[in-house]
Design a binder for this molecule. Structure first.
Ligand code: NAD
Ligand code: UDP
Length: 313
């Protein structure tokens, strides 16, 4: 098949391109390198099935060839204000790519009679009042708070896909991705796993925001890529699927695990108040993905962290 991956030079996108090439597909990777890097796709450039197009998908462009599937992953994703790659540093690009970018990829998918996959996020649940989060939960999100740039543009992206499915018969599906980590994540991305692993390896303090009792559920990248492909292949038109690892940990527990695995002298340092609207608890209910996509994560947090540490060393 001929498959487009937007955001293909980013963390998840580059792993997805690699897996699709392994499966023998032709891959067109489209990325404007806003937060991604050509280094992530260097290893694929000698493969004649791989093409890279440097393009901002929020602006009009054409794809000349036939296309069977489009994975739309392009978007900044880090909420860490200290990172230049965060959506706080890139507010307009973030809002554009999740709104106009999604609209455009939906138009292209229709014109090419291709299936569309939209990478949404657990952030559509905001600071959730229900736990764990099921797909039916409508969320607790501020329309104007600091995270709204990302949360509300992803929510609107979902609305766009749903409207194209309902009114124009697009074969689209929406996937809500929960915290995922692994090799090829930018070292200056600012998300918690990469921050703590690099701190642990350098013997620097683990920079904890707030009291560290907030929770997250961390999925290793190979599991997420299997889930993403299962959602495209087995997911139904117009459906929404949560993908993530349902094992829940506090940020302090994460720091302790990373300290042990890196054998580090680093200690926790409470560097900031908990940022405004930072979700206090997050954990996916993945029963729908288990049942409908026949998917569930296999890699434990400890195993995944060991793999990441080995890669970074
Ligand atoms: P990333 O920053 O590593 O990758 C995003 C890629 O999109 C980058 O290569 C970037 O250059 C590209 N991009 C951004 N704007 C673009 C534009 N206008 N045109 C073309 N390319 C553009 O982040 P990631 O973690 O790989 O995230 C990929 C997708 O998954 C994003 O949509 C993100 O919102 C979603 N997601 C990721 C996670 C996670 O934990 N990794 C969680 C929830 C949702
Ligand atoms: N966090 C932290 N130190 C960091 C980065 C993040 O304590 O250096 C916290 C952050 O406040 C949040 C959690 O870790 O509660 C997960 O943050 P991340 O940036 O990975 O993404 P989020 O799940 O908030 O979108």
């Amino acid at each position: 098949m001929k498959i487009v991956v937007t955001g293909g030079a980013g963390f998840l996108g580059s792993h997805l391109c690699g897996k699709l090439l392994e499966q023998g597909h032709e891959v067109i990777c489209i990325d404007n390198l806003l937060t991604g890097s050509e280094k992530n796709i260097e290893e694929y450039k000698s493969n004649s099935n791989f093409k890279f197009l440097k393009q901002d998908v929020s602006h009009r462009f054409e794809i000349e060839s036939e296309v069977d599937q489009i994975y739309h992953l392009a978007s900044p994703a880090s909420p860490n204000k200290n990172s230049l790659k965060s959506y706080h540093a890139l507010p307009f690009g973030t809002m554009m790519v999740n709104s106009m970018g999604t609209w455009q990829m939906a138009e292209i998918a229709l014109a090419k009679k291709a299936k569309l996959f939209f990478a949404s996020t657990s952030e559509v649940y905001g600071d959730p009042l229900e736990h764990p989060q099921k797909e039916e939960y409508r969320g607790n999100v501020s329309t104007t708070g600091p995270r709204s740039i990302y949360d509300e543009s992803k929510r609107f992206g979902e609305t766009i896909v749903a409207a194209f499915v309902r009114s124009r018969d697009l074969d689209g599906r929406i996937i809500r991705i929960f915290n995922t980590y692994g090799p090829k994540m930018a070292l200056d991305d600012g998300r918690v796993v990469i921050e703590f692993v690099t701190a642990g390896l350098a013997g620097k303090p683990f920079p904890v925001f707030g009291d560290g009792k907030q929770t997250r559920s961390f999925c290793y990248v190979s599991d997420m890529i299997d889930g993403i492909i299962a959602a495209m292949e087995k997911g139904e038109k117009g459906e929404i699927y949560n993908l993530g690892n349902p094992q829940e940990f506090t940020i302090l527990e994460l720091a302790q695990k990373i300290k042990k695995i890196t054998g580090s002298v680093s200690e926790v340092e409470h560097v900031l108040e908990l940022p405004e609207d930072d979700p206090v608890r997050r954990c996916p209910d993945i029963s729908k993905a288990k049942k409908k996509l026949d998917w569930e994560p296999k890699v434990s947090l400890e195993e995944g962290l060991k793999k990441l540490v080995e890669y970074l060393r």
